[in-house]
Design a protein around this ligand. Sequence first.
Ligand SMILES: CC(C)(COP(=O)(O)OP(=O)(O)OC[C@H]1O[C@@H](n2cnc3c(N)ncnc32)[C@H](O)[C@@H]1OP(=O)(O)O)[C@@H](O)C(=O)NCCC(=O)NCCS
Length: 232
Amino acid sequence: MIKKNTVEIWLAHLGENCSSTLNFRGFLSKDELIRLENYRIPVLAERFLFFRGLLRVILSDYLSVAPQEIVFMNDSNGKPRIQEPLKFNVSHTENFFCAAVSTDFELGIDIENIDRKIELAPLVKRFFSEKEFRSWDSFPEKEKATAFFRCWTRKEAYLKTSGVGIAGLGDIEGSFEILDSKPIVDIKHPMNTEEFIFHEFGIFPKILGTCSINLKNSIKAPKVKIREWRFR
Ligand SMILES: CC(C)(COP(=O)(O)OP(=O)(O)OC[C@H]1O[C@@H](n2cnc3c(N)ncnc32)[C@H](O)[C@@H]1OP(=O)(O)O)[C@@H](O)C(=O)NCCC(=O)NCCS
């Protein structure tokens, strides 16, 4: 089981040479196998198998059960959960996967590709406040993508912590600044005064991620441990 007062963040990349992913099929539930069969695009099916199978393998180790024995349930917000005391949250983008796991803290996690070729200004205008737009726009051109995804992943991770999801995006304001490795408590949420920590991490040069940790009921900040999954 995971140590007390600890958050473990697992990172993985589905590259070539991942034939062991095929074994993951036997770990999936009936519903997951149906979801797998419904993917029409092979690369998306392969990613789903990888993401879900790997999640089961990682969680099963903490719970000391077989990967296929894990039962996922969605709470009233649609956030996936498993048996107490373990708490987890997952994010994936392209071939990249991450999962945050803890027994003590409610968690949300998000990763994004900062090299994605998209027009950012319309997104900031649409999803962020006027004040945030001015702050983002003041960054030098070459730093704008990182600043955008830094704030975006903080917000999404925060909203995934409670399970609200991006539906709550309009209710929060965040900062675009790098805040060293110190705990970051910079989201201003009018409805929520609980204390959060935002732990930023990178996977390969182009992927940026944030894990949001709700400190409620905790007297001290957690130890965050980054772990990388490697196929043998
Ligand atoms: C959940 C959500 C934030 C995912 O964002 P995304 O950038 O598309 O995807 P990510 O890769 O970061 O995260 C996906 C994972 O988040 C988890 N997730 C799903 N719903 C979630 C929720 N409500 N809260 C937290 N995590 C959630 C799942 O594990 C999912 O992985 P899976 O698709 O393999 O099962 C987004 O889809 C969303 O906001 N959904 C709406 C939630 C909502 O409005 N709920 C209220 C309904 S009552």
